[in-house]
Design a protein around this ligand. Structure first.
Ligand SMILES: [Zn+2]
Ligand SMILES: [Zn+2]
Length: 130
């Protein structure tokens, strides 16, 4: 199974090989700021399963242990990496060509949700931290 995706402007394209490890809604405030979205769904894959096939990401440290990768031309956030799970890479659901292929099955940082998101997808397992 291979998933494909890329940024809004098309400068960056990527492929993910094999099935993702997880698919997660993140409600944390940092993901909100990083993407401008009120919640951010991620798929998680082993680092070697992710390959840039066109263009290059630019990276910045969004906190001491974490790195985010985005398209330097249009700003679409593509990746999140955290040193506590250095062998995994999170990829924004919204940058996938077919986001329906990997529906999120859990929610993290639920306590950080904006109040108007209270009760969002109550059937999914929900944690107040990661
Ligand atoms: Zn772009
Ligand atoms: Zn987050």
């Amino acid at each position: 199974m291979t998933a494909t995706g890329g940024c809004l402007c098309g400068s960056v394209r990527y492929e993910i090989y094999g099935a993702p490890l997880r698919s997660t809604y993140c409600h944390c405030a940092m993901c909100r700021k990083a993407t401008g979205g009120v919640l951010v769904p991620w798929i998680t894959a082993p680092v070697p399963a992710f390959r840039i096939v066109k263009g290059n990401l630019r990276h910045y440290k969004s906190s001491a242990p974490a790195m985010r990768g985005f398209c330097p031309d249009c700003g679409t956030q593509i990746t999140f990496w955290h040193e506590a799970r250095a062998n995994e890479l999170d990829v924004t659901h919204g940058s996938l060509d077919n986001p329906d292929a990997f529906p999120p099955t859990r929610q993290i940082f639920a306590a950080s949700r904006p109040k108007f998101m209270k009760g969002f997808d109550p059937d999914l397992p929900s944690r107040d931290e990661d």
